[in-house]
Design a protein around this ligand. Structure first.
Ligand code: THG
Length: 294
């Protein structure tokens, strides 16, 4: 799987501050770490960024490209900031993050994707907000891909569909809906790619339990053909899974998904934790903050 590093974001205590203070050195150190960790893109998440967004993105893109050659994901709802980022992006293909399936967003951003020959993430968020099930996801996806390819001549392989990751502790059924969507995806949008904001799954649960939730979720998306994910640059075990270095853990999670019997007594504590976490993510067990102790 391809990986997009999430850590350069305005919500982060350290890097949010560095963004506000235009502290190039701190942000460049992070970018170098992201490249060394093997990220394929660096997400530049500046938030909505109001009036200063344009100036911030035009400053940030060359600052990051001064130290790394990776393509950058321009993560903001600010259209002017996206365009400023596209103008400043000289190394490889920029990735617009993201274009929602709303007329005003598509009309403003699809022409920019075409003009600057950028890749883009199509976020399956419609005029009425988050899709309720896999069929609404499918309809939003078809609408966006039809418009992007038909009206703007954008090639399918430039389009990354993001079916939206929700936290495990609020909407377990939404995860199942994304799973069902992923089964239909190759037929709905042939040739298109996919991505997901993985860390959202563990937004809310206790801090020390976030990595195992993220890892199990990644195993499941990987099995369902997810092309890429937006992830924590510093979660090395997660990268190992993405690169196929933990086949035994992947096989265990697949067993849970397939409803195969598992002899818990024969497993190590680590293996048992992966099984329990998979059962919670897949809705076999209800979420509680103490799911590993049960
Ligand atoms: N889809 C797309 N883009 C996205 C998201 C998505 N961009 C933003 C977000 N979701 C993905 N990025 C993050 C970045 C950080 C965290 C989660 C998702 C995160 N940070 C820690 C926290 O908030 O506790 C730590 C913050 C810090 O660095 O201090 O969880 O879904 N297309």
């Amino acid at each position: 799987m391809k990986l997009i590093g999430e850590n350069l974001n305005i919500m982060s205590k350290k890097y949010g501050k560095a963004l506000k203070e235009r502290d190039a050195k701190t942000l460049q150190e992070l970018a170098i770490q992201e490249a060394e960790a093997g990220m394929d893109w660096i997400d530049l998440n500046i938030g909505p960024a109001g009036k200063t967004g344009e100036e911030l993105m035009s400053w940030l893109v060359p600052v990051i490209h001064e130290v790394v050659d990776l393509p950058l994901a321009l993560d903001t709802s600010n259209i002017k900031a996206i365009e400023a980022g596209l103008k400043a992006h000289k190394k490889g293909r920029a990735l617009i993050n993201s274009i929602m399936v709303r007329p005003e967003r598509m009309d403003a951003l699809l022409p920019l994707a075409a003009q600057y020959e950028a890749d883009f993430i199509g976020l399956l968020w419609g005029p009425e907000g988050m899709p309720r099930d896999e069929n609404e996801r499918g309809a939003l996806c078809a609408e966006l891909v039809f418009k992007a390819t038909g009206e703007f001549g954008i090639a399918p392989e430039r389009i990354f569909i993001d079916p939206i990751q929700t936290p495990v502790n609020v909407q377990q059924n939404q995860i199942m809906s994304v799973l069902e969507f992923m089964k239909m995806f190759p037929d709905i949008a042939p040739g298109c790619l996919s991505t997901i904001g993985l860390s959202n799954v563990s937004n809310g649960p206790p801090e020390h339990l976030r990595p195992i939730l993220n890892q199990v979720m990644l195993i499941i998306w990987k099995r369902h053909g997810m092309y890429s994910a937006i992830v924590d640059t510093f979660d090395k075990p997660l990268h190992d899974i993405a690169r196929g270095k933990r086949p035994e853990i992947e096989a265990l999670v697949h067993k849970v998904e397939d409803g195969e019997p598992i002899d818990m007594a024969s497993l190590s504590k680590e293996e048992q934790d992966y099984v329990k976490t998979a059962k919670v993510i897949l809705g076999h067990n209800l979420y509680s903050d103490s799911w590993l102790e049960i």
